[in-house]
Design a protein around this ligand. Sequence first.
Ligand SMILES: [Zn+2]
Length: 201
Amino acid sequence: MIPAPSLFPSLHLELPAWMADYVSKASQWTTTREQRMAFVVSLARMNIQHGTGGPFAAAIFRLDTHELVAPGVNLVVASRCSVAHAEIIAMALAQQRIGSHDLGAPGLPRHELVTSCEPCAMCLGAILWSGTGQVVCAARDSDATEIGFDEGPKPLDWVSALQQRGIVVTQDVLRTEARQILQDYANQNGIIYNSRQGFAP
Ligand SMILES: [Zn+2]
C-alpha cells in the first residue's frame, strides 16, 4: 500500500498531456452526433494506447453550437482515484470551464454528455446532479461487463429514469467501434477493476 504523503492531502485531477494537441485539432469537426461520438471514441482508444487510463472517454458539448466544452478520459488507476471515470472528469471540467456547478443553470445553453460507454451506477447519479440535458452513449453496459468491468447496482430502467427528469438519452451511437476498444483493452490484459472486489461470494 502506498503511504499517504501527508495527513492533509489534496486532490488534483489532470488530463493526460497527449490530449492537449489532439483535442485542439479534432474538436473542430463535431457538427453531427456521430462526429462527436467518433471524437470521444478516439479519445478512449488513445487513452489505452498511451497507457494513461482505462478504455473509456467522454465529453461535454454545447447543444446549440456543438462546441466542445470539456473532454474527459478514465483516470482511475493513474490518479489513484476510484471516482475518476471519464464522465465525471468531463462533467467536472465543463463545470469549471463555465464557472458553475450546474450545466443546466438559467442563462446557459443546454449541454450534452457524449460517452463511449453507458454510465455506471456512480456516473448515473452524477449525471442527474450535473445539469446536463442529453446523454449519448456508444457501448452498452453488457459490452463493459463482458470484459469484466461492473456497472454497479443500476436500475434496469435507467434510461427512463433520466428521461423522466428531462434528460434525453440516445444509445448505440458507434457502439461497434467503442465495443472493439473494450475488447482490445481486455486482449492486452489491461487492468480491470469493479465494484464487486471484496464482495464476491
Ligand atoms: Zn462511471
